[in-house]
Design a protein around this ligand. Structure first.
Ligand SMILES: NC(=O)c1ccc[n+]([C@@H]2O[C@H](COP(=O)([O-])OP(=O)(O)OC[C@H]3O[C@@H](n4cnc5c(N)ncnc54)[C@H](OP(=O)(O)O)[C@@H]3O)[C@@H](O)[C@H]2O)c1
Length: 277
């Protein structure tokens, strides 16, 4: 049994990861920037640094992510990497994002490089766009207009189920089979958003379509949702990369690491159909 720190433990990937690790008998230190009212939780705020000094005490391995909404990922993650190094943590797994390594000056890439040169045992996982965005970030358009609203044309994405990312992370955190390696994580098939809309419609048994909105319309949607302007621009930038086809690539990493094929989009849609009813 290991003691494992999970940053973002209440989030989409972190909650699934924490559940998997606990079910396997590991002691999970669930970091949260909010109140700690459940057993196993600890307070850790990447913005203020609160909790940093003790977060890694007695920890065998740690899962790190940068919370969405911030574009200074290297500044947020750097102190964690340094603290992990100072305390001799056995392994650090960083969840980055597919495409982050295209530019060594991008903040998320700088965080990857920081970890990789830290002397720690590491893994970097770079998931493609999550399937779960359709039941979270893009949900409002589906609920209010019956439309996925995105500025990505007919480009395809090999969307990944966040539960498979968690499964990969759990394996990497508890095994030495894949030391110091980076993985781009994708689903097993790529779909454009008309195809996604059809799959969601079939599962939810209601018509859902896709509207290819302009970047300006998308900027307004993101603004209305209250996103910080710099993060909205970052999202528009990476949605532009999606439109150019950079999210279509399919890798076999999930199956190579976990021994199981990634979940299909149809399976995801079945499991989350209540979201779109
Ligand atoms: N969505 C995608 O398609 C996609 C694709 C590739 C990569 N990613 C990456 O995935 C990451 C997001 O993962 P996710 O979707 O699983 O997260 P999420 O569901 O958005 O949850 C974010 C987590 O961060 C924690 N958090 C927020 N502010 C914090 C702070 N100041 N200090 C410490 N923790 C804080 C939150 O917990 P508390 O509120 O309890 O603190 C929460 O557990 C991002 O780094 C993103 O770049 C996302």
């Amino acid at each position: 049994m290991s003691r494992i720190l999970v940053v973002g433990s209440s989030g989409t990937v972190g909650s699934a990861l924490s559940a998997l690790l606990s079910a396997d008998g590991h002691e999970v230190r669930r970091a949260t920037s909010g109140a700690t009212n459940q057993s196993g939780q600890m307070h850790l705020n990447l913005l203020s640094g609160a909790g940093l000094q003790t977060a890694f005490d007695g920890v065998d391995s740690a899962f790190l992510l940068s919370p969405p909404g911030h574009t200074n990922q290297d500044a947020l993650l750097g102190p964690l990497i340094e603290q992990a190094r100072a305390q001799g943590v056995g392994k650090v797994v960083l969840m980055s994002a597919m495409g982050a390594n295209a530019d060594d000056n991008a903040p998320l890439r700088k965080a990857e490089l920081h970890l990789q040169s830290s002397g720690l045992s590491w893994n970097v996982i770079r998931p493609n766009w999550f399937m779960q965005n359709f039941n979270s970030y893009w949900l409002q358009g589906i609920q209010q207009q019956g439309q996925i609203l995105l500025p990505v044309g007919k480009a395809k994405g090999s969307f990944i189920d966040a539960r498979d990312i968690a499964k990969v992370a759990a394996k990497l955190l508890t095994s030495s089979a894949f030391e110091n390696a980076e993985f781009d994580l994708t689903g097993k098939e790529a779909f454009d958003h008309d195809q996604v809309a059809t799959i969601l419609s079939q599962a939810a048994n209601r018509p859902i379509g896709y509207t290819d909105v302009s970047p300006e319309q998308m900027r307004q949607v993101l603004h209305d949702a209250g996103l910080p302007a710099d993060y909205a621009e970052f999202l528009l930038l990476i949605l532009g990369f999606f439109k150019l086809g950079y999210s279509e690539r399919i890798t076999d990493a999930v199956e190579r690491i976990t021994g199981l094929a990634p979940r299909s989009l149809a399976q995801y849609a079945q499991d989350y159909k209540a979201s779109w009813k």
